[in-house]
Structure formats: structure tokens, C-alpha cells
Design a protein around this ligand. Structure first.
Ligand code: C5P
Length: 407
């Protein structure tokens, strides 16, 4: 996604400038070409050499450096940039960007570029809360700048409040989202269910499964990075939620059903990656079951609703089938039985495939009968292969199912 994207990273004078080095490093590792511009104040905290070593490219620090390989840097960098990222952005830089002042190479580049701008503020809480900063932030947002953070928490001063530089994954997610906003899913609403469900036995015990939520989150991030608005209905998971998407946390299958039915009323694509518990205890006991009470324990279970079968509407319906045997036959029968447009058959017996790993071995089967057998891939790659097929169905005249009646 960031491969060969040209990102100009503006670093201004905050104690968080050292985190800019981690950000630059992660951007470079993702394949981006990163040109760093530092303000004079930033150089009080970190040296240009740090960024040069990380990016393997010259670092711009001065308007007037006649020996620079990048003479008239602000014009050149501004023209070539796919995105300008200012991180950390101090109150001072934000004010200058809002006013259009161009007395340093960073502000000059910001004024000269037509590339989208992402700003990650870092300052003391009182400075961020000051109406002057609030006005400047609002002005920049109204001109299309996208803000990542700031986060809430403890700052270098000891104050607790808003002003912490957003964490690197959030900033990178914002960059990816902004770069992809005119992608092939722009204007589409994609709903993804993810993770396991949890069915209570008593206040401390549940019936659940090994689904990690990783596949669903990878699809949500990939859809976001192709321009979609994304809603994730997430069962209880321990992996972090993706940024830049709406999250609806649920626990039980019945809660997931309600959330899916509501979200599906206004969606273009529904992707059910969730491993929904097939059964739940008939009654959840109100107090903790004590082992002294009985020598053996029988829990009566009742069947949960099959969400994907029940939910109907004129959206593309995608399901997953985690199988241990008869992969294709079982998946094809689920595709037909549950009236899906496409199913991702997931061989959970293949090495490094399925639950709780970062890779997956899948076969994508379409209602038309088309079969795409993919090799072992990262879940991000699987997500994009799947969305390629979804995007094709969205544009094909016969792809869009004409199904009556939204729940
Ligand atoms: O569990 P099974 O293999 O039948 O799941 C196939 C598909 O059906 C998956 O996409 C899963 O999310 C969905 N499903 C559902 N409601 C259930 C069980 C499964 O929507 N109760």
C-alpha cells in the first residue's frame, strides 16, 4: 500500500521529535520513499543524521543550503510528494500552517504542495486546548488536512490531557487511509464481522473458540485503504482494533446478529469472518457455579441463529468457511445454502493457516462457479485478493445481487 509512495515527513520541535524517527523507520519498512524536512527547533531534539540514516536520503534543514542536492527543495519536494505528513506538529507549526506563513522549508513546502496533508499534533495539553490552537486546527481541517491524534495521557510536563503524539500505528493508518481515499471502494460501505463470539455459562465462564479476529481486521484495514467506509462488528479479541473504522463491540451471537442486521441496512458489502458460536447455554446461571455443588455438570445448549443466512438485502454477501476436511465441497454447499455471493474456504489444517496466525491458505469460490485457489499468503494479502473480487462484483452488472427485503 505504501510501496513507492513519496512521503514528505515534516518534523517540528517537540520532545516527541524522537518518535518521528520510529515513524520514518516504519514508513520506510512499508516501502515508502521518505524525505524528511526538519525545523530548526526539531534539531534541538534530534539530529538530521538520525533521519538520514533511517531514510537513506538527504534531510532538508535549511532554505539557503547552496550545496544541497535538493536545491529549491520546497518546490521539488512539494511537487513530487504523494502526501505531506507533519509529525510531530507543534502548536507553532500548526499556527503557521493555518496562516500560510512560509518562513522555513517545512511551511514553504506545505504551502507549495497540492498533496494531501496529515498532521499529528504534539504539545502540552493547555496549548492544545487553547482556543487559538483549536481555531487553527479547525481552519486546517476545513481546508482538508487530516489529523491523527493527539492522544490523551501523560505528557513530558507531567500534565495529563490531550496533546500526546498519536502512536506510530495510528499515524501510519491515517496516512494509508488518506492515500487510498479515491480507491476502488470509495463511496462504499463495507461491514465486516470479526473474531469469536462468547456465550455465557455463568458470570465468569463462557463458551468461545480460537478465532483471533486477525483476518477480519486485515479485511477492514484493506477496505479502509481502498476508500471504503468500514464498520467492524467485533467479538471479544485481544488483538488491537484497526484505526479509522467504526467499531461495534459485541459478545454473544445474539448481540452480533442485532449489530449485523442494523449495519446491513445501509451497506454495500457484508463480510462475515466471525466464528459465530453455533450453540449457547439455554440459561446463563446468575451466580458462579461451584464445583462442590455437584460431581458432574451438564450444560444444555440451544442453537444460535445463522446470521449470514438470515440477513438479506441488496449487498454483496461474503462468508468464510473454516474447514478441516472436504474443503471445497463443504464450502460450496455453504455458499449455496447460506445464499452468499462469495465464500472464502479456509483450510485450517494447512500449516500456518487459519486461527491465530498471520498467514492463511484460502480458496475463493464465487456463486458463478469461479474458483480462485491462492497459495499461503499474509492475511493482508488475502484481504486484498478478496477485495479485488468484491470490487469486480460491485461493478459488474450481473454481480450485484437483486435480493428482496432488508431485515
Ligand atoms: O460456522 P460455519 O462454517 O457454518 O460459518 C460459515 C459462515 O457463516 C461464516 O461466514 C460465519 O461467519 C457465518 N455464520 C453465521 N452465523 C452462525 C454461524 C456461522 O453468520 N451462527
Amino acid at each position: 500500500m505504501l510501496s513507492n509512495k513519496r512521503i514528505v515527513l515534516g518534523v517540528s520541535g517537540s520532545i516527541a521529535a524522537y518518535k518521528g524517527a520510529d515513524l520514518a523507520s516504519k514508513l520506510v519498512q512499508s516501502g515508502a520513499i521518505v524525505d524528511v524536512i526538519m525545523t530548526k527547533a526539531a534539531m534541538e531534539f534530534v539530529t538530521p543524521l538520525t533521519f538520514r540514516a533511517i531514510t537513506h536520503r538527504p534531510v532538508v534543514t535549511d532554505w539557503y543550503d547552496s550545496s544541497s542536492e535538493l536545491s529549491i527543495q520546497h518546490v521539488q519536494l512539494a511537487e513530487e510528494a504523494d502526501l505531506l505528513l507533519v509529525a510531530p506538529a507543534t502548536a507553532d507549526i500548526i499556527a503557521k500552517l493555518a496562516l500560510g506563513i512560509a518562513d522555513d522549508p517545512l511551511c514553504g513546502t506545505a504551502l507549495a504542495t497540492r498533496a494531501p496533508m496529515v498532521i499529528a499534533p504534539a504539545m502540552d495539553a493547555n496549548m492544545y486546548d487553547n482556543p487559538a490552537t483549536a481555531e487553527n486546527v479547525a481552519k486546517l481541517k476545513s481546508r482538508g488536512a487530516v489529523f491523527a491524534g493527539p492522544g490523551f495521557g501523560r505528557m513530558a510536563s507531567g500534565l495529563i490531557g490531550h496533546g500526546r503524539l498519536a502512536e506510530t500505528p495510528e499515524i501510519i493508518a491515517t496516512v494509508r487511509q488518506v492515500l487510498g481515499r479515491h480507491g476502488d471502494l470509495a463511496g462504499k460501505h463495507v461491514v465486516v464481522s470479526s473474531g469469536p463470539t462468547e456465550e455465557p455459562i455463568d458470570p465468569v465462564r463462557v463458551i468461545t473458540n480460537r478465532s483471533s479476529g486477525k483476518m477480519g481486521f486485515a479485511i477492514a484495514e484493506a477496505a479502509r485503504d481502498r476508500g471504503a467506509r468500514v464498520t467492524v462488528i467485533a467479538g471479544p479479541v485481544s488483538v488491537p482494533y484497526p484505526f479509522g473504522v467504526d467499531i461495534i463491540p459485541v459478545h454473544t451471537a445474539l448481540e452480533m446478529r442485532d449489530a449485523v442486521f442494523t449495519a446491513a441496512r445501509a451497506c454495500d458489502v457484508l463480510i462475515m469472518t466471525a466464528a459465530v458460536a453455533d450453540y449457547r447455554p439455554v440459561t446463563a446461571v446468575g451466580r458462579k457455579i461451584k464445583k462442590e455443588d455437584m460431581a458432574s455438570l451438564t450444560i444444555e445448549l440451544t442453537k444460535n441463529p445463522d446470521i449470514i443466512s438470515e440477513v438479506k438485502g441488496s449487498f454483496i454477501k461474503v462468508g468464510f468457511a473454516a474447514e478441516t476436511e472436504e474443503l471445497l465441497r463443504n464450502a460450496q454447499s455453504k455458499l449455496r445454502g447460506k445464499e452468499m455471493d462469495l465464500i472464502v474456504a479456509n483450510d485450517v489444517t494447512a500449516p500456518n493457516s487459519g486461527f491465530n496466525v498471520d498467514t492463511n491458505k484460502v480458496t475463493i469460490i464465487e456463486r458463478s462457479g469461479e474458483i480462485l485457489d491462492l497459495p499461503l499468503m499474509t492475511k493482508d494479502e488475502v484481504a486484498n485478493k478478496l477485495l479485488d473480487r468484491v470490487a469486480a462484483l460491485l461493478t459488474s452488472p450481473s454481480g450485484r445481487p437483486a435480493k428482496a427485503g432488508t431485515p
